[in-house]
Design a protein around this ligand. Structure first.
Ligand code: 13P
Length: 407
């Protein structure tokens, strides 16, 4: 009776339909609750918050073997498994790392490698590999020093058929098993990168096309949900590439479309947003545009896009450096943080901007790991200052160890 009264008052449909709707609503909510039970939301939220904690950021040490080899080749280092291990061990065992890093993103090879007091050989055990030897796994070393180990889970890109110049990330098919394997070996978070190019393709459409933006958003959202069910905090990284002649305005438009679709897809695929992190590029004029990078403009445009499209409940926002020089990457982050307070923790998740001067030094002085660590510590001090919006204003290009090697 009461229901009928409410129906009449609110001009609802006949009672039977209303009751059916209520049942449907409870089922829908029930499913939502049930779906949420498939994941440990409080653990995911705790890890996400820790990753963007004050004064810390994330080291991206997850270059694929092909990318790591390309960077080694550019500075004349032999491209061997042992060299990749040694170099990454220098980064992770730099004493200042434990205060600067909340997390490290590993690539599969390094995830299973040990510190140098042991052996770096692998033994295959079906889906998983285990390290042998006396040293401890680098991931364990990091965890013992308060640095959360994470894993890159995308398997690179393929061309998006029918869309020249556009790519789609791959690796979803085997993701559930892989996510559990890394979780069981100590990973607490994961990263998946998609790339979005800005260009005008001869005789074709301007890119990014809606199809590319939507297809990558779909993949990132599905990845994120799969990770959360394996207790891994997903870092979703739709990188709008720095390469090209585009203006900052064009970059702002592209990033807006990408983030808008990404969060539509994340919600649709029932990602628990407070237990997920966005890794994004900044709004920059293209690398080949001949337009100078101005930190104030970058920060205004970047913050405008984030405020418009990134849900406030998201677990955090981290930036990639994307081929900027270290000084641009630090100055731009500093300017972005100064525009806060932001609704989410905001920090760095850099590879090249942190590593380039270290790799250059190590390539030229292979026995001098102490010198390489000192350079890395200096990069970390800049990164942490920028993360707090406290990069000294008189920091000049000369204050930095060296310019990007741009590889
Ligand atoms: P860069 O900082 O070199 O862009 O690398 C970050 C990263 O993780 C790219 O996926």
């Amino acid at each position: 009776m009461a229901l009928v009264g409410v129906e009449k008052e609110l001009h609802f449909a006949p009672a039977k339909r209303y009751k059916t709707n209520i049942v449907k609503m409870f089922c829908k909510q029930g499913f939502r609750v049930w779906y949420t039970f498939l994941m440990n939301t409080s653990e995911l939220e705790t890890t996400a918050r820790a990753l963007v904690a004050d004064g810390k950021g994330i080291l991206a040490a997850d270059e694929s073997t092909a990318s790591a080899n390309k960077r080694f080749a550019a500075v004349g280092v032999e491209q061997t498994e042992e060299n990749r291990r040694t170099y990454r061990e220098i980064l992770m065992t730099t004493p200042e790392a434990k205060n600067a890093f909340s997390g490290v993103i590993f690539y599969d090879e390094t995830f299973w490698q040990n510190t140098s007091d042991g052996h770096s050989t692998w033994a295959s055990t079906g889906l998983s590999r285990v390290s042998s030897g006396q040293g401890k796994p680098l991931r364990t070393y990091c965890a013992e020093n308060g640095i959360i180990p994470g894993i890159k889970l995308d398997e690179g890109f393929v061309d998006l058929p029918g869309f020249p110049g556009e790519k789609i990330s791959k690796g979803l098919d085997t993701l559930p098993e892989r996510a559990l394997k890394y979780r069981d070996a100590g990973a607490k978070f994961a990263k998946w990168r998609s790339v979005i190019a800005i260009d005008h393709v001869e005789g074709g459409a301007n890119i990014p096309t809606e199809e590319c933006v939507n297809a990558n958003a779909f993949v990132l959202a599905r990845y994120a949900r799969i990770c959360q069910e394996a207790d891994l905090v997903p870092i979703v990284e739709p990188e709008v590439l720095f390469d090209g002649k585009h203006t900052a305005k064009e970059c702002e438009e592209a990033l807006s479309r990408v983030l808008s679709q990404l969060f539509v897809a994340m919600r649709a695929y029932r990602v628990h947003l407070s237990g997920a992190i966005l890794k994004t590029s900044m709004v920059l004029p293209g690398k080949d545009s001949d337009i100078a990078i101005d930190a104030l403009d970058v920060s205004e445009r970047t913050v405008r896009v984030l405020r418009e499209y990134v849900p406030e409940e998201l677990g955090g926002v981290v930036f990639l450096s994307g081929g900027q020089t270290p000084q641009d990457a630090f100055r731009n982050l500093d300017a972005i943080v100064k525009k806060g307070p932001h609704p989410w923790g905001v920090t760095f998740s850099y590879s090249r901007a942190l590593q380039d001067p270290v790799l250059k030094h190590w390539a030229a002085h292979r026995e001098d790991s102490v010198g390489a660590k000192k350079i890395f510590a200096r990069q970390l001090a800049f990164a942490v200052a920028a993360r707090e919006g406290k990069l000294p204003p008189n920091t000049t290009a000369e204050s930095f160890v060296s310019a990007s090697q741009d590889v």
